[in-house]
Design a protein around this ligand. Structure first.
Ligand SMILES: NC(=O)C1=CN([C@@H]2O[C@H](COP(=O)(O)OP(=O)(O)OC[C@H]3O[C@@H](n4cnc5c(N)ncnc54)[C@H](O)[C@@H]3O)[C@@H](O)[C@H]2O)[C@@H](O)CC1
Ligand SMILES: [K+]
Length: 515
């Protein structure tokens, strides 16, 4: 599951496969239907053993066509199946019409979607959602939205064993942005084809998809037809860059985390600890002289330096052995902090700008213009909207026609505009480089997202990125690896975790990676 496709990229792969003459559209539709049934049976083996009742909701395009294949296959398996169609099935085209005709030939009934309520009352075991797939082009309203509500009400009733299975993508979820267009189906299982789509991982997609599986429909040989793809951040094997080689601490880089004044050092100390845990050879916390005693009492392996103002930072940065900077967690918003951000940017070093540093940038356009290609900006959505107001407004606007503007689109545009790597935080974290490359990490699937929405978690993430930057990783790589490690640490810490726990979980994460 390394690559995430847009609807257009999926179509390009399909077209390339069909143009080669190796496969027809009808064959692909058959494989898609088989993939759905096979995956559902594998997930719930009891469904394969004793035939049940199933409802198929079939839409006006090829997603509906897949639905007719599923209806036929379930019936051949001995199930009692009813199809509820949106619009007139006689008006279906091409392969979808062919499968509708086959369904009719075997005596299959088709009822209008408006009668779905009656069908749901007869306690089906499974509802197949084949209303809309990658061709969804505008918000769902009227009878479809009503059907979605009826299924949600049915699914929400306790004590039943019915499930909703999405064909390709939950209907109403935009395949490119993951946003809900009007209304969207809540599913227990989603079976997509060939490769996952962006919408499975972004915005509301994960919460609607339920368990996600990707069925192979035999077009992998034409995968290159998709062109350059957004990458899903997943680590399963040892990651070469995370292994340590070379004995001296200076070989592993030196990160400097800048902190605010008395009583404000907690966030920066957490970031510093994360930088150390992720393998930076040396980590220094720079704080105002007045905060030295307080920080000294709370730090062990992290070194401490007084950094009174911008000049002091500039002087400190004459030492070329300081590889990476972290500004933001607990930094503060005063004149000293503005000067620190300016001095840090002028040094041209690898730099994470988070939290208060982002607020300072949003306030001071002249500073924002000094952001450079070795910077990583790590805004959450609110900070993002302050830094890039135009993009933030487009993200908040209700989608109308066509694919909705996504968090990925926003991060990419921001990276291009600022010339820095942008990591936009959320249950789906997206990372974009100025050259257009992008990565998605879906904490939602790791079930860690709710616990990561806690005070200080963002400070730890900033520290992880700084630590990896100090170790010499490229900004986009440091950001994406840190996002993964952060969620993985949270997943291992489990329910009840607090941000302080996260760095201490890293040894476990590394050892699971074989490091
Ligand atoms: N691309 C591929 O390689 C494959 C695609 N397959 C299936 O084909 C699907 C895509 O098929 P289509 O491109 O026909 O698209 P869909 O079946 O998703 O829907 C397209 C139809 O819905 C209409 N429509 C869009 N938004 C609407 C709205 N808000 N209200 C009412 N009508 C609306 C469109 O005008 C069009 O008629 C995939 O999701 C997948 O299920 C599979 O058969 C396997 C292979
Ligand atoms: K669907």
């Amino acid at each position: 599951m390394g690559e995430l496709l847009t609807a257009a990229q999926m179509r390009a792969v399909e077209v390339a496969a069909m143009a080669s003459g190796a496969v027809t559209g009808l064959e692909l539709m058959e494989r898609a239907g088989r993939g759905v049934v096979g995956t559902a049976f594998a997930r719930w083996p009891e469904l394969a053993v004793a035939p049940r009742r199933g409802l198929v909701l079939a839409g006006p395009g090829n997603n509906g066509g897949d639905g007719y294949v599923v209806a036929r296959l379930l019936r051949e398996w001995g199930w009692e199946v009813e199809v509820f169609a949106l619009g007139e099935p006689e008006r279906l085209k091409g392969d979808a019409q062919a499968n509708h005709a086959r369904w009719r030939e075997m005596g299959g009934a088709v009822r209008p979607l408006a009668e779905l309520g009656a069908g749901l009352e007869e306690s089906p075991a499974v509802v197949i959602d084949a209303l809309f797939g990658t061709g969804l082009a505008r918000p769902l309203t009227g009878s479809v939205a009503e059907a979605i509500r009826a299924v949600a009400a049915w699914r929400g009733e306790g004590g039943r064993d019915g499930r909703v299975v999405a064909v390709d993508i939950p209907s109403g979820i935009c395949a490119d942005s993951g946003r809900v267009l009007g209304a969207a189906m809540h599913c227990d299982l989603t079976v997509s084809f060939h490769a996952p789509k962006l919408g499975h991982y972004l915005a509301e997609g994960p919460a609607h998809a339920g368990w996600l599986e990707v069925a192979d429909i035999g077009i992998g040989a034409w995968a290159a037809g998709a062109g350059e793809c957004v990458q899903l951040v997943e680590l399963t094997a040892p990651v070469r860059e995370l292994a340590k080689t070379g004995g001296h601490k200076y070989h592993h880089g030196h990160a400097l985390v800048l902190s605010g004044g008395v009583g404000r050092g907690g966030a920066a100390r957490m970031a510093a600890r994360a930088a150390l845990r992720v393998g930076a050879g040396l980590v220094t916390l720079g704080c105002p002289p007045a905060a030295m005693i307080e920080n000294a009492a709370r730090l062990e392996a992290v070194m401490l330096r007084p950094v009174a103002d911008g000049e002091a930072l500039a002087a400190l940065l004459e030492d070329p052995r300081i590889d990476a900077l972290c500004l933001g967690p607990g930094l503060g918003l005063g004149p000293r902090e503005g000067a620190l951000v300016a001095a840090a940017l002028d040094a041209g070093r690898a730099t994470v700008l988070d939290a208060d540093a982002l607020t300072i940038l949003a306030r001071e356009p002249r500073l924002r213009a000094r952001v450079h290609g070795r910077c990583v900006l790590t805004p959450h959505e609110g900070e993002f909207a302050r830094l890039f107001p135009g993009l933030g407004a487009r993200l908040r606007a209700e989608p109308e026609a066509g694919p909705a503007f996504s968090r990925l689109d926003a991060a990419r545009a921001a990276a291009r505009e600022s010339g820095a790597v942008v990591l936009l935080k959320g249950p789906d974290t997206v990372i974009a480089a100025p050259d257009g490359r992008a990565w998605v990490h879906a904490a939602a699937y790791a079930r860690a997202a709710p616990w990561l929405a806690t005070a200080g978690a963002g400070d730890v993430l900033a520290g992880l990125i700084a630590g990896l930057l100090a170790r010499g990783l490229a900004p986009e790589r440091a950001a994406s690896l840190a996002a993964w490690l952060h969620v993985e640490a949270a997943r291992r810490a489990g329910a009840g975790m607090i941000a302080e726990d996260l760095p201490d979980r890293l040894p476990e994460v590394f050892s699971a990676l074989g490091l």
